[in-house]
Design a protein around this ligand. Structure first.
Ligand SMILES: [Zn+2]
Length: 340
């Protein structure tokens, strides 16, 4: 269908050009035929006309496509079903980056290590932080990336670390111990607006001639986000309790936005110990919790043990679903149902 349309446009173009120039100007016609060949080549591969961008996560692809529309082609590093916490890009994915006009990062742990490799393998590719200007909160019950701490300390000693990706990943905890900051900024509609604005600014820098299109798309997307925010707020208007228990505490920003309290089952990125499990069972009973939330990317073992102990139902929430808007609405449905 698309190819057909391009051919049609091409035909129309050729006709128009011939009419403009007239048939007696042979030299110009010669030039035109070479121009026509160029048009042919370009339209036979429409993706070459687009801005190739690489992002870390599927929800970012949703954001970039909302603003870039037909003008962008988006590759995602973390493949569907993989965890954003532990992902290691494949060598082929790193090689493919040379076709990208920019890498749009978001501040997830794997980027700490991989952005360095991306930078050294492709020094010409700008790395854009779509989370610029967002103040991160602490990750509850959780130190996401203990095993990567050495890498991060090394990273901080070299020169290119003034950007926010690297300076705001850690905050000092109560005991002077390093505490992880919550990377799940894509799960808050309010923060998604900031990310959309950042992506817009960068697309305009990369492709200024299409600024008007990006601006129009941004406005439409902001309206979509505001409607979504309103719909989610309404879902939590008449709930009886505001606590929920979840394996991996990805919904900190969402909980903050809608005045909910997230209880983490996982502790410091590890399975709960039997002591933790016992206290979670006690807490679930006290708070009358009858649903345990889990993520498709994590092990369900502890979740099932806990659910069995308190006779709760297990419900899956996906924080990396490709249809961001629809997913957040479904999550709000599931959470609010569990609070009735
Ligand atoms: Zn996570």
């Amino acid at each position: 269908m698309r190819i057909f349309n391009y051919k049609l446009i091409n035909l129309l173009l050729i006709c128009t050009l011939f009419n403009l120039v007239g048939c007696n100007q042979e030299k110009k016609i010669e030039n035109l035929s070479s121009t026509n060949t160029n048009i042919e080549e370009t339209v036979s591969n429409p993706s070459e006309n687009k801005l190739n961008l690489t992002v870390s996560l599927l929800p970012q692809k949703y954001f970039v496509e909302k603003i870039g529309g037909e003008l962008v082609n988006v590759n995602v590093m973390v493949e569907p079903g993989a965890s954003a916490e532990t992902y290691e890009p494949l060598p082929q994915q790193l090689a493919n980056l040379s076709n990208s006009s920019a890498y749009i990062s978001i501040g997830v742990p794997f980027e700490q290590v991989w952005l360095e490799k991306i930078k050294s393998a492709n020094p010409q590719i700008p790395i854009i932080n779509s989370g610029k200007g967002i103040e991160k909160i602490a990750m509850i019950g959780h130190h996401h990336d203990h095993e990567n701490e050495n890498h991060q300390d090394e990273d901080h000693t070299d020169e290119n670390h003034t950007d926010e990706n690297h300076t705001d990943e850690k905050a000092e905890g109560k005991e002077g111990e390093k505490e992880s900051l919550d990377p799940h900024i894509w799960l808050s509609p309010k923060l998604a607006k900031i990310q959309a604005e950042n992506i817009y600014q960068e697309l305009v820098k990369l492709d200024p001639k299409n600024q008007a299109i990006y601006q129009k798309n941004l406005a439409t997307f902001i309206t979509e986000i505001e409607t979504l925010d309103q719909q989610i707020t309404e879902k939590f208007a008449n709930v009886n309790k505001r606590k929920f228990m979840i394996y991996h505490p990805a919904w900190g920003y969402f909980a903050k936005d809608y005045n909910l309290e997230q209880i983490s089952i996982e502790f410091e990125g590890q399975e709960a110990t039997s002591t933790t499990l016992a206290s979670l069972i006690k807490q679930a009973k006290e708070d009358n919790i009858n649903v345990i939330f889990a993520q498709p990317q994590f092990s369900q073992k502890t979740v099932e043990t806990l659910a069995k102990a308190i006779n709760a139902e297990v419900v899956i929430l996906d924080d990396l679903a490709p249809n961001w808007s629809e997913n957040l609405l479904q999550v709000a449905d599931k959470l609010s149902q569990s609070m009735k």
